[in-house]
Design a protein around this ligand. Structure first.
Ligand SMILES: [Zn+2]
Length: 177
């Protein structure tokens, strides 16, 4: 198991502070002092494939770690008690000032990355989005820039997250068919 895996990193019970916080099965920790049982779950996240009539797809430049300066799809974590659809609309508004016209669920893919020397597991859910307008969008919040790409204009090596890279490949494959 990787040294950044939560089972390796978490040493104390987050509820009572006891050091008797022990691995229980392969994806949880249990406190021998207070009984608190902590599960290692995937965090739900959304990725938006904003497309325009020419078939070009929007990619954004990340302004936060991990992978600062690399290409990504716009999106982010789903807030507690929020739906995936609401998260897509909120993230596109926050990151670009974009208003969603229609959205369609495409599929999901697991992902993992290391943040603060701690492995984070996510489930990324992809949505195809058409915008009310793509005029006057402004990169804000977690992104530095955005651009619409044809597949020819894109180097897949510039997209580090495997789940995101696959969503993009699947999209361009779907419009060739
Ligand atoms: Zn405890």
């Amino acid at each position: 198991m990787n040294r950044t895996h939560p089972l390796k990193v978490l040493k104390y019970c987050p509820k009572c502070g006891s050091a008797e916080f022990n691995t229980s099965g392969d994806r949880s920790l249990k406190c021998a002092s207070c009984g608190f049982h902590f599960f290692i779950n995937s965090a739900a996240a959304v990725a938006a494939l904003v497309t325009i009539d020419s078939g070009k797809l929007m990619l954004v430049t990340r302004g936060v770690e991990p992978n600062y300066g690399k290409l990504d799809l716009p999106g982010g974590f789903i807030d507690p008690l929020e739906s995936a659809e609401e998260a897509v609309k909120r993230e596109l508004k926050e990151e670009l000032g974009l208003e969603v016209k229609t959205l369609k669920y495409l599929g999901s893919a697991p992902n993992e990355y290391v943040f603060s020397e701690y492995t984070v597991f996510t489930l990324d859910m992809a949505f195809q989005v058409s915008a009310e307008s793509v005029e006057g969008l402004k990169p804000m919040d977690d992104i530095l820039d955005y651009k619409f790409y044809s597949e020819e204009e894109l180097d897949y090596d510039d997209i580090p997250a495997p789940s995101i890279k696959n969503f993009v490949k699947d999209y361009f494959q779907s419009i060739k068919a």
